[in-house]
Design a protein around this ligand. Sequence first.
Ligand code: ATP
Ligand code: MG
Length: 891
Amino acid sequence: MLTSAAIRQQFLEFFRSKGHTIVPSAPIVVKNDPTLLFTNAGMNQFKDYFLGNREPETPRVADTQKCLRVSGKHNDLEEVGVDTYHHTMFEMLGNWSFGNYFKAEAIAWSWELLTEVYKLDKNRLYVTVFEGDAEENLPPDSEARDEWKKWISEDRILFGNKKDNFWEMGDTGPCGPCSEIHVDCRPDSERAQVDGKTLVNADHPQVIEIWNNVFMQFNRLKDKSLAPLPAKHVDTGMGFERLVRVIQGKSSNYDTDVFTGTIAATEAITGKKYENSDSRESVAFRVLADHIRAISFTIADGQLPSNTGAGYVIRRILRRAVRYYYSYLNYKQPLLHQLLPLIAKQFAGVFPELQQQEAFVAKVVKEEEEAFLRTLEKGLKRIDDIISNTGAAGNASANSTANTGKKATTGTLINGKDAFELYDTYGFPIDLTRLIASENNLTVDEAGFEVEMQQQKQRSRAATAIDTEDWVVLQENAVTSFVGYTTQATKTQVTRYRKVKAKGKEAYQLVLEATPFYAESGGQVGDTGLLSFAGEDITVIDTKKENNLYIQFTEQLPQDIHAPVLAVVNGIRRSNIEAHHSATHLLHAALRQVLGAHVAQKGSLVNEDQLRFDFSHFAKVSDDELTAIEQLVNEKIRQNIPVVIKEMSKDEAVAMGAMALFGEKYGDTVRVVIMDPNYSIELCGGTHVGATGQLGYFKIKHESAVAAGVRRIEAVSGAAAERLILEQFETIRQAKELLKNPKELLKAIENLAAESNDLKKKLESLEAQQLAVLKNELLQQVSTVNGTQFIGAVVSVSSADGLKKLCFDLKSLQGDYAAVLAANIDGKAQVAVLLSDSLVASKGLEAPKIIKEHIAGLIKGGGGGQKTLATAGGQDASNLDAVIVKVKELL
Ligand code: ATP
Ligand code: MG
């Protein structure tokens, strides 16, 4: 049997032989693209080539790309595990032509690869082409049809509609007609009965699409219209796991060697047996085998689970997996992290980033699992309650294989409030609630949930929705050159602009022909500054990148957008940022020297005020370590090391020992920042000081934990460090002044603390004496009510604790007794009620009940406690006498 590894290799070799350059997969987590959280197709990393924002280095490439389809336009999550051919994360094999070959070659090669290299049975293949769309004014794709006719009999070429045969990446962006290849994997007996042609694109689990050839010709604009792209391209995507399944002759992706290892490991851990069926237990096996890949590869690419955005997507996938093993494999401890070593090893040759960070990823996964398992049980109980309230018999917390038979109750709803409570209090992502609901034949009131969700969002922050208009293009095919490494001012032109609206405010985004403004990336914030048009200055408030497009943010447009413009960076701010960026490199190297080579960057923020550096490390960084790190960095500053920046090939850089970041996309040529080749070499696109001496001084402000296995250091350097020191001195000066300028400040503070302690003790002992006197006075006042000894008094004490203690001490009474004490403490009512055990037993009185039913109202407050001793507090201290009378009456 051909292994999956060999199948992948053959794909790449085939396209290499057709003149394609093989490139690495882009990270699965997308940066610098507001329309995508994750890579959802092989073409994402090439988007700029299609849009004409960047020149491709070579016109033909091929690769295998890690994709995730769990959010946005392509979301397959609910199918995953339930069916046998949709995954959350999957590999997309692809070949591309950037304005080079078109339909004829793409079609001929896909046929050649499938039938001659992989030797698929031609009688099991069908292809589809776009039938056209009147509304969009698009004709049928007869060109593709004619090309196919050269290879496959006409009755196997089917026309498909816009949904299946017009591919779009998202709501806007590159798109075009496509041609799919489907395989009929049914046994011959079934094929004889039903013509495979009728099952194409009909969700039949054995008649599946494996490859899509997209002919990229259009750009979908915001108003939904289609604009032609500058050039025609080919973008293909073949599902690797599906291809393997077809070649290996299996009826499910999970029966291929891509997944059987994980499934066997899960069997060993849980003691259960996987069978390829529709039972919930089977689904659970598939869910785990699938989800562990999505979870571990996204974490390895630098995205930690969190409560928002991409991090929340990962958290949702992980929680869905936990729920499946907990409920259907009856496994109640963290399981996923145990599968990591196997996955890491399996993919070491293709995506080595996982194995390189195996311990770190395992730790993050395990802690996430533990945290969710702690609330899962409570949440499942709560769901059971909700479900039984709807009238259906709940089994959300079922812990053995449940049957999938339908229940009688239909049409009932889990309302939005309940779904939101599950989300907010128990951490149940909505898709988990939806899943459990559907297992019980219920639906979730999604609209109601959305309303609750929106209300919460509004409570926490104003809506952040951004409304972006289409670009107004002044100059076609302009590729911005970034000149900000060498100059902070340049004469240039606006090449395009657009209007955006956020939080009800209008703003503008401008793209320049050449820009000195550094666009936010690699943790370094974007530049600000000025755009001087003929006699008119426009302020640049930020600069960001969208893929490779440099965008200047402004609050207005100039009168004459066509005028030449002088773009000038705010230089003082830039140099403060640069100091922090260079300090970050010195810090990174120091961390690896002091803590160990396991330290890897997990995030950073560099701005004019400070730097923030997140890194993998499993323990708190001790004070001694922090001091050592700080000293090392300051030593490197004093050595005034020149900062050397070079461009070289990636391989050369890695050979030099450069630190590359996980989840970062690097081209063939990389920029390397060197501060002493024996100390710090990093791949970095940021801007830096000329020599480390410019930093002046480095000071760590704070060390903390951000997530499982990730620590954070916040620090300052340059002018910000000077400011920090001045502030500290000022604090000390003010403290001295408050203490009347003592000779030794610390001694004076110690004395003050000791004195205050002394006074506190004295006060406590005085109060104790006072309470003893008071207690004796009260014992003198015992009266008898209905055969019960009774003490009731409004007393003067200084604290609620004192009142309670005083009341408690009255326990020295014998036989049946009751006491009620009330006090006005700082204008508020405090009450304590004491009952003898005998009284509780014989008369059925209870102190908390008395408070709740008879006292709370009088003092406008409430309280509670033990049956024999309870206390209460309230706003109204004017009825204390009435409280005493009331309790007396109850006897
Ligand atoms: P389907 O209709 O089966 O969901 P699709 O139309 O969404 O497929 P494309 O967007 O054209 O698929 O993606 C190209 C190829 O990627 C498909 O032909 C298929 O082989 C594969 N693919 C798509 N989605 C998934 C998924 N969720 N899991 C595994 N493979 C997938
Ligand atoms: Mg799909």
